[in-house]
Design a protein around this ligand. Structure first.
Ligand code: GCU
Length: 336
């Protein structure tokens, strides 16, 4: 098995973190305070990093220094899939993970990963703040994985971008290898949109685009720019095929081990972070579009009806059982 140097460093770091967690006597027992280790796959210029660094500062001030958050950006601790395991076993305290990753742990999360689920970012944020809709989902990983979902950060609308283009309709994607997240739903989604879906972790996409292993990818414009994909894939097709969602996860023992007072403070600061991030998102998207355009990227509209038609069977096929339908319907109801 080939293990990269970076991966070895990440494992080494995780082990050190695990040892320091043991020495402070965690795992379900009461903890008076800690600098929480938070894993993020975005760069420091991404709004999620900015919002989470601010979360740490506010938490520290509000708890008189007892609790703090240290954000490790750029997949330093590993890609999302691996880090979820590290949070589960307690060697990392918190992580941001895309909904596509949670779909692999509990398929019902898949309902929130579909095209058409969310009509706007405001709709999405109001749904994930409503325990009557998502309460069961957010605690569903506690017994099996020791993971608690605290809420989410929007990914905004996701679009296609390619090395050659423009892409205006599904037929234009024929034969093109398009990177998708490691999700069954998203593989089917991009195949239905006319491409050849190629699952890959986030941090590998730039090199794969640059070397021509991929013909394109799909993401929001903020990530397109902060990951420098705009330097190599210059054609952006405004498919807006879905509004994605990142989740904030914490090791359930750590969360349960906080005093009631500190957990209340922690929750309040986190709620504020979600609001700040949502407010930041729109202006950061506008900024990213400008940056991409200045760097020579072109944006074009697409035949939305043709893409909608191609995607309809994917949505239908993913709503597998009555619980999925119920969740999907409750989400739609919340938009009325
Ligand atoms: C977005 C999202 C990440 C996700 C990434 C991806 O940037 O915020 O959580 O990992 O898309 O496409 O992998």
């Amino acid at each position: 098995m080939k293990v990269s140097f970076l991966r070895l460093c990440a494992i080494g770091l995780a082990l050190i973190l695990a040892l320091s967690a043991c020495s402070s006597g965690l795992s379900g027992t009461a903890v008076t305070g800690k600098t929480l280790v938070l894993s993020l796959n975005q760069s420091e210029s991404h709004p999620s990093y900015v919002a989470l660094a601010d979360f740490g500062q506010r938490l520290k001030a509000a708890t008189d220094g007892r609790w703090d958050v240290k954000v490790y950006p750029n997949e330093t601790l590993g890609a999302q899939q691996e880090v979820l395991q590290l949070v589960s076993d307690g060697s990392v305290d918190m992580a941001v993970a895309s909904g596509t990753q949670l779909e692999n742990l509990n398929p019902h999360f898949g309902v929130l990963n579909l095209p058409t689920t969310f009509k706007s970012i405001d709709h999405q944020m109001s749904v994930i703040s409503d325990p009557s809709i998502v309460g069961g989902l957010f605690t569903s990983l506690e017994d099996s994985k020791n993971l608690t979902v605290l809420g989410g950060l929007t990914q905004g609308d996701r679009n296609l971008y390619t090395l050659t283009g423009p892409i205006r309709e599904p037929a234009d994607l024929h034969g093109m290898k398009i990177r998708v997240q490691e999700s069954d739903i998203h593989i089917k989604m991009v195949n239905a949109m006319g491409g050849s879906a190629t699952p890959m972790s986030y941090g590998e996409v730039y090199t794969a685009l640059q070397s021509g292993v991929l013909d394109g990818a799909e993401n929001n414009i903020v990530s397109y720019v902060t990951q420098h994909h705009n330097e190599v894939a210059k054609y952006v097709a405004r498919t807006r095929h879905l509004i994605g969602l990142d989740y904030m996860l914490i090791n359930s023992d750590i969360y349960a081990g906080m005093s009631d007072t500190d957990r209340r403070i922690f929750d309040a600061q986190w709620q504020q972070t979600m609001k700040e991030h949502t407010a930041m998102w729109k202006q950061e998207t506008t900024k990213a579009i400008q940056q991409a355009t200045d760097s020579g990227a072109t944006f074009n509209d697409v035949d939305l009806a043709a893409f909608d038609q191609a995607l309809a069977p994917v949505v239908k096929g993913a709503l597998k059982d009555p619980a999925d339908h119920e969740l999907f319907d409750a989400i739609q109801e919340a938009n009325k």
